[in-house]
Design a protein around this ligand. Structure first.
Ligand SMILES: [Zn+2]
Length: 214
């Protein structure tokens, strides 16, 4: 960061994407008018930005919000953090593609090498009823609902915002299913007062949240 600052006439700020996105959605997006919000950043990695009583929750060492590394399966799939069974190993972009390779190695849905190109093809195929894609995306949504339910139980937010490039694409087609599965696992009271919705500010939200918090 110091190297960048030395070479730029503009001020440089560095923050976790999920935290900056949560700030932006709180002030300008789905969280306006409230004080308790959780924003989910679901892409290749998975994280959450948590706002409680109007303030971003950072924890003792700024590590709060590592939602992707909460364990959802004992002795489950390997995670890039070195542990096993983390949520990120079940709902991130890598998992969707790896599961499809496991289930149907020669799937026509795997023609694109880059995750950013392959994921939209798989999600659209699931939306259109492709049997294999439906199976993979259903699994994904199930774990996502379990993860959201835990956040509702722990933080009791008014709004949960689904964002990130994978989360946004899933949410466009499957928001109702995500809400239904979340309701199956969450405590009734926090679920009943929460709105689960999609990111309103788009891909610039991270920059907006960081700049306006300075
Ligand atoms: Zn992990």
């Amino acid at each position: 960061m110091a190297l960048l600052a030395d070479r730029s006439a503009m001020p440089i700020y560095v923050d976790n994407g999920a935290k900056a996105m949560a700030q932006a959605e709180m002030w300008f997006g789905a969280g306006r008018g409230g004080e308790d919000l959780v924003v989910l950043l679901i892409g290749t990695g998975v994280g959450a930005g948590i706002i409680t009583q109007g303030n971003l929750y950072r924890g003792t060492t700024n590590s709060a919000g590592e939602w992707g590394h909460t364990v959802v399966e004992i002795n489950g799939r390997s995670c890039r953090c070195g542990s096993r069974g983390c949520l990120e190993a079940y709902i991130g972009a890598s998992h969707i593609i790896e599961r499809l390779r496991d289930v149907e190695p020669n799937s026509h849905l795997l023609q694109q090498d880059a995750q950013i190109l392959a994921i939209p093809v798989i999600i659209e195929a699931a939306h259109s009823g492709d049997t294999t894609a439906v199976r993979i995306v259903d699994e994904n949504i199930h774990y996502l609902g379990v993860g959201i339910a835990s956040l509702l139980n722990l933080f009791n937010p008014r709004v949960i915002v689904i964002g990130g490039w994978v989360g946004s694409q899933l949410g466009v087609h499957f928001l109702t299913q995500i809400q239904r599965i979340t309701g199956r696992y969450a405590l009734r009271q926090p679920f009943s007062v929460a709105t689960i919705t999609l990111l309103q500010l788009g891909k610039d939200a991270i920059a907006v949240g960081r700049l306006h918090s300075c």
